[in-house]
Write a protein that binds this ligand. Structure first.
Ligand SMILES: [Fe+2]
Ligand SMILES: [Fe+2]
Length: 195
């Protein structure tokens, strides 16, 4: 079941042309979760768990790259506070990537840092954005996608792996803060820039 914020996001997604194909991205997020077999001991299928976490790792790496690009390319008189936010978010996403990679190893898997196929493993996209407003909007889209896919993962891990579930809940809380920060930045920019 979708919670209220998810359905609100979906509604907004359908209205705005700059949005990426959220449906496809979400289907991709669900792909590995659906084929999860349950085993004894761990209580889940570690192979599937590692696959799921590797998609999260790819998502975080793409987010680091996108925020770094936006940080270095932010221009204009309103750019300073926005660029500072981009840089802070890049650091948070890197921290998330590290936590996820560490958990993959704990589960007996291997974190996938291969650059080939990175963007297709990721739930969110690497969009450069032409203007400060475009960048903020693309980052907001990416955060919403990340939040939705993390919620799915949390539901998947809930019944058999409380350590991973807790980690993902903490990461999701940060993504929600990121989304709020970006929404605030958009609101505080002059009207002529955001229309
Ligand atoms: Fe993140
Ligand atoms: Fe984020």
């Amino acid at each position: 079941m979708s919670s209220k914020p998810v359905s609100n996001d979906a509604k907004r997604s359908n209205k705005q042309p700059f949005l990426t194909d959220v449906k496809t991205l979400r289907e991709r997020a669900r792909q590995h979760i659906d084929d999860g077999a349950v085993t004894e001991g761990y209580g889940g299928d570690t192979e599937t768990a590692v696959k799921v976490l590797n998609t999260a790792l790819a998502t975080e790496i793409i987010c680091v790259l996108r925020y770094k690009r936006h940080y270095f390319m932010a221009r204009g008189i309103h750019s300073a506070p926005v660029a500072a936010e981009f840089l802070e978010h890049a650091g948070d996403e890197q921290e998330h990537a590290d936590r996820i990679a560490e958990r993959i190893v704990q589960l007996g898997g291997e974190p996938d840092f291969a650059p080939d196929g990175l963007s297709s493993r990721s739930h969110s996209e690497y969009v450069e954005g032409n203007s400060l407003v475009d960048m903020i909007k693309e980052d907001l889209v990416a955060e919403r996608i990340a939040i939705d896919s993390y919620r799915e993962m949390i539901r998947y891990f809930a019944s058999f792996d409380s350590t991973t579930r807790t980690m993902l809940e903490e990461i999701t809380a940060t993504e929600e803060e990121h989304a709020d920060d970006l929404a605030d930045l958009l609101q505080n920019l002059p009207r002529d820039l955001t229309n």
